[in-house]
Design a protein around this ligand. Structure first.
Ligand code: CMC
Length: 428
């Protein structure tokens, strides 16, 4: 049987047949459905794009019911165990795991760009002492476009690649400067002899010691968190990257927009909310009472539930294991016991079971970030650093896709139609 959809328009009695490809019909195929010649044609109404595929993508696969997340076909569990963030960034951008020579060239190509132009440093100094590091981060990423005018040549794959490397390399430096700014400390220049995560920790925490010793367990834990956050298909920030990028603006400007989307509390801010919630609960004895309140609709169990995952978020499983490794080094946090107790009770409770509410990526990540010494305002910045790899990979894919044009949704107009201008003295 042909893969088509037969539509009967009950307004006219006419029938239409539209092709079904990959479980999808093309919205534009509905335009032929009209009540008369003056009719614009049928559209779909989909605020928040909950049932609209905006692109074809070969980068990240998610099966929310089964709890599967794969980058370019490789399960997240295997990448978190065996790979590094920079190797994963290569995989996302190029589609295949690198050979040893390709990886060495890639790491070299990225790390030579970790420094920021000195004027960027001056620019960042202009922010207020209490500026939120995420506001500083996204503004500075946007400002980079003024330093690289050739980034406008978005049709040239070699130029795109050169800026992909720059963005991946420079985001940890911007993030670290933003953090040092918020704490009133001097900025630490990148050390390219260290790993990606090790260099970041060095830029954040080095003080007057001759050499800051990066703890290998914490360095690896941060790298794993970077791997887990590197991409998550068409989420709000990535959609912003693609929508802005579709205007053919340079990637720095597009990424400033993507980072702005991530800044929102419904997107990148939930891990901070988990810590606030745990502190409010205070101790294990208060957990049943808190759960009762959540079930009565008085607030949400933060770090639980997900629009796509209707089973345990595969990233949360890995983060939970990593949390134990970090706490072995830093000493445990009383909040961890509380989080474990919350999870235990929630997973047995019919309210959460029925609604398929499981821990998401944010449930344990805030605990690790805090143990690593980060202030809560840095949590979203820590998300933005690795998401850069996903954003630039998706942006590059956009520019290779012949189906794509400038993003320009339609609307259902609900306002007045043509009426005459009313003189001021006649207005009510
Ligand atoms: N605690 C209590 N009840 C919940 C929760 C929660 N965390 N999440 C959903 N529900 C209930 C909700 O009240 C609704 O119940 P009912 O059917 O009785 O009205 C049902 O579950 C379905 O909820 P929904 O709001 O329709 O689900 P959604 O897919 O629109 O929301 C979500 C997804 C992540 C916004 C939501 O689960 C939530 O607010 N979670 C807490 C915040 C959080 O942890 N966010 C991090 C998301 S992962 C990071 C990222 O990808 O950016």
């Amino acid at each position: 049987m042909a893969d088509t959809l037969t539509i009967t328009d009950n307004r006219t009695g006419k029938q239409y047949e539209v092709p079904v490809t990959d479980g999808t019909i093309k919205a534009i195929d509905l335009r032929q459905i009209k009540v008369d010649d003056d009719d614009f044609g049928l559209m779909t109404y989909d605020p928040a794009f909950t049932n609209t595929a905006s692109c074809r993508s070969a980068i990240t696969y998610i099966d929310g019911d089964k709890g599967i997340l794969e980058y370019r076909g490789y399960p997240i569990e295997q990448l978190a165990e065996k790979s590094t963030y920079l190797e994963v960034a290569y995989l996302l951008v190029f589609g295949e795991l690198p050979t040893a020579a390709q990886l060495a060239e890639w790491i070299d190509g990225v790390t030579t760009h970790t420094l920021l132009h000195e004027n960027i440093k001056h620019l960042m100094r202009g922010f207020r002492y209490d500026a939120h590091p995420m506001g500083v981060f996204l503004s500075t990423v946007g400002a980079l476009s003024t330093f690289y005018p050739d980034a406008k040549k978005v049709h040239d794959p070699a130029i795109r690649l050169s800026h992909i490397k720059k963005l991946i390399a420079k985001t940890p430096t911007i993030a670290a400067y933003a953090y040092r700014h918020s704490t009133g400390r001097f900025y630490v220049y990148p050390d390219n002899n260290l790993s990606f995560a090790g260099n970041f920790l060095n830029m954040l925490f080095k003080m007057t010691e001759a050499k800051y010793e990066v703890n290998p367990v914490l360095e690896r834990a941060l790298d794993i968190l970077f791997i887990l956050h590197a991409d998550h298909e068409q989420n709000c920030g990535t959609n912003a990257m693609r929508a802005i990028g579709s205007s053919e603006v340079d990637p720095y400007s597009a990424m400033a927009g993507a980072a702005a989307a991530l800044y929102g509390p419904l997107h990148g801010g939930a891990n901070e909310a988990v810590l606030t919630m745990l502190r409010q609960i205070g101790n294990k004895a208060n957990v049943p009472d808190f759960i009762k309140k959540v079930k009565a609709g008085e607030g949400r169990l933060m770090g639980f539930g997900h629009r796509v995952y209707k089973s345990y978020d595969p990233r949360a499983k890995i983060i939970k294991k990593t949390a134990y490794e970090v706490f072995d080094v830093t000493g445990t946090s009383p909040l961890l016991d509380l989080a474990l107790e919350l999870e235990r009770i929630a997973l047995e409770d019919e309210y959460f079971v029925k609604r398929k509410l499981y821990p998401n990526v944010d449930f344990y990540s805030g605990l690790i970030y805090e143990a690593l010494g980060f202030a809560p305002e840095m949590f979203t910045v820590l998300f933005a650093i690795p998401r850069t790899a996903g954003w630039v990979a998706q942006w590059d894919e956009l520019h290779r896709d012949a189906d794509q044009k400038i993003a320009r949704p339609r609307q259902i107009y609900t306002g007045h139609r043509t009426r005459d201008y009313v003189a001021m003295d006649k207005r009510q």
